[in-house]
Design a protein around this ligand. Structure first.
Ligand code: F6R
Length: 605
């Protein structure tokens, strides 16, 4: 979602801000802009579409200045247009914003009554107009920004820049992340450390409610109560903050290929050095836990649905899964012996964070399963379990999904051990099995040429169904989500046994039906459902192992997968699901790493 960069520099900043915005592109955006102060003069450039348009504009209309703010906008209030692009300017102030100002309509009416007009349809412009209003009344820029912040309701990360102030920038964080970067005689603001990575490895993460006044001499931070606050300065490991495609055509291809290594590393981190036992935090204690609640959005939610089979099947622990955007609106019943787990790659997803805050104080323990260790969910959970997938840049989640599954499976094994369902030796046996996973993932990746060929056949269709049973059902949903978001083909994941209760009416000779069915305990039942589709001339594509393909009989198309132990199938079958969507997107010529309308980190509700 929207990305923010601010620089108080010692050189011309517009080209540096543009480069930093490129590193935020992965968050998703539809317009971009930069404002600078040059010898006291505030000016800005904004462009619709990709950053190349802003770059072209800057070639023809350069922007001088050693202080500036930049923004990539993902439209919420107001269509993607130049007029709605940030920075928004009113009089002597320019503002960039990530989030939503919920009371902007009331503020806008109040300002209109005072004779102050708006030029855009955005909530953000109201912040600039209100600040201008306070400055017109004689307040200093800092006083005016503070007075404005007092009036705002909703979520925001903000950066303010002022005409006549070459050495001043103000930042604020409430609900959306913002980091301060420390350079040599320079200071920075950024939505995340990735944006600032080549500029500095010295980062201070702002806390909820913090405000910061930056000059080139340093940062002065105050907390939500207006008290001076000392936030730690952390060194960000540059190898974790700098990212390239490592020779791959797209970040997505690179991230899919990384999965064997990622899963090995994630497992190693949460186990003893010899990998014979778990090494999860002591606070993660399931002994007295009577119910587990798994909450997430999108791909994380499908990881939760897979894990439900493990927590119930292996640990005998009652487990429910919820979509975060629904969770707190259905008055969930919480108990003092419940454990609630929030799964999020970014750790900033607004709905998941709100759900975490909703359960606080009502459950025994809240757990964040996160990829970004400095994220809000990581910091606000009682226990933060990193999935250690490394930066995931492609908007479509791939390696984070399987790394989430890994952490959730390790948690399920711990739950089983804590609850006396598995002995230490049995856990050790499971961990030994898990060590075969990287090899199995590599074998699945080797199937890429066949998967690419199957994807060619999908490229011309408008609809597709994915069928699965047991843990393969959430996999079917995840496969459909990947296909939808990457290739814009309408796809649904369905429980194979549920098809005949309605969706089977969709089946004709044009409907591709991809069946995910390893030769497991549920195989025969899934094959029966597949036969029902075949009987109606559906275009079945069966993903199964050699034994499964032999047993299933004739199908129009199939993919031979490696033989996998039942517990590991959700990991291994994620690979063809991801690659099928990737190659369908290539065949249809869509934007693989940044599909239309999508944002990587969804920081608004
Ligand atoms: C799909 C995808 C999204 C995210 C969802 C949650 O490929 O990436 O569905 O999984 O937006 O994001 P996080 O995990 O950051 O909370």
């Amino acid at each position: 979602m929207c990305g923010i960069v601010g620089i108080l520099g010692t050189h011309q900043v517009a080209p540096v801000i543009l480069e930093a915005l490129k590193r935020l592109e992965y968050r998703g955006y539809d317009s971009a802009g930069i404002a600078t102060v040059n010898a006291g003069h505030l000016d800005r450039r904004r462009a619709l579409g990709k950053l190349v348009n802003l770059s072209d504009l800057l070639v023809h209309e350069p922007l001088a200045g050693m202080a500036g703010i930049g923004h990539t906008r993902w439209a919420t209030h107001g269509a993607p247009t130049v007029a709605n692009a940030h920075p928004h300017r009113a009089g002597r102030v320019a503002v960039v914003h990530n989030g939503i100002i919920e009371n902007f309509r009331a503020l806008r009416s109040e300002l209109a009554a005072a004779g102050l007009a708006h030029e855009s349809d955005t909530d953000t412009e109201t912040i600039a107009v209100l600040t201008r209003h306070y400055m017109d009344q004689g307040m200093t820029p800092t006083e005016a920004a503070n007075a404005t912040l007092e009036r705002l309701e909703g979520a925001f990360a903000l950066a303010f820049l002022f005409e006549g102030e070459d050495d001043l920038m103000i930042g604020a964080r409430q609900g959306s992340p913002l980091a301060v970067g420390h350079g040599d005689g320079e200071m920075y603001l950024g939505s995340d450390a990735l944006a600032l990575a080549p500029l500095t490895d010295r980062i201070t993460y702002l806390d909820e409610g913090d405000r910061v006044v930056l000059t080139r001499a340093g940062a002065s931070i105050t907390d939500a109560q207006g008290r001076r606050a000392n936030r730690p300065l952390t060194r960000v490991r540059l190898d974790q903050a700098t990212v390239d495609k490592a020779g791959h055509r797209h970040f997505m291809a690179k991230e899919i290929a990384e999965q064997p290594a990622v899963l090995g590393a994630t497992m190693a981190f949460h186990c003893t050095p010899d990998k014979s036992a778990l090494a999860l935090p002591e606070r993660l204690d399931f002994t007295a836990c009577d119910r587990l609640i798994l909450v997430a959005c999108g791909t994380g939610y499908y990881a939760a649905q897979v894990a439900k089979y493990w927590f119930e099947g292996v640990a005998g622990l009652p487990c429910e899964t919820d979509i975060a955007s629904e969770y707190r609106y259905r008055q969930p019943v919480l108990g003092a012996r419940n454990m609630a787990v929030f799964i999020s790659q970014s750790g900033e997803t607004a709905d998941t964070l709100a759900a975490l805050r909703h359960v606080r104080g009502h459950v025994a323990c809240s757990v964040g399963v996160i990829n970004v260790p400095t994220s809000s969910i990581a910091r606000e959970s009682d226990v933060a379990l990193p999935i250690l997938a490394g930066p995931e840049i492609s908007v479509a989640s791939t390696k984070a999904f399987t790394a989430q599954l890994m952490v959730l499976l390790l948690m399920a094994l711990k739950a089983a051990q804590d609850r006396g369902k598995l002995s230490a030796q049995q856990v050790s046996d499971h961990l030994q099995l898990l060590q075969t996973l990287p090899g199995l993932m590599r074998a699945a990746l080797d199937r890429e040429p066949d998967i690419a060929e199957l994807a060619q056949g999908l490229a011309g269709v408008n609809h597709a169904l994915f069928l699965g049973r047991g843990p393969m059902l959430p996999l079917a949903s995840e496969a459909a989500l990947k296909l939808k978001e990457l290739s814009y083909i309408h796809a649904e994941g369905y429980a194979s046994g549920e098809l005949k209760h309605g969706p089977i009416a969709l089946i004709d000779e044009t409907m591709p039906v991809i069946v995910l069915a390893p030769r497991d305990s549920l195989f025969a039942k899934t094959v029966s459902n597949m036969q029902e589709v075949l009987a109606r001339q559906g275009r079945v594509v069966l993903f199964s192992d050699r034994a499964g393909l032999a047993e299933a009989g004739a199908v129009p198309q199939s993919l031979a997968m490696p033989e996998v132990p039942e517990m590991l199938a959700p990991f291994v079958y994620a690979v063809p699901a991801q690659l099928l969507a990737y190659h369908a997107a290539l065949a249809r010529g869509t934007d693989v790493d940044q599909p239309r309308n999508l944002a990587k980190s969804v920081t608004v509700e």
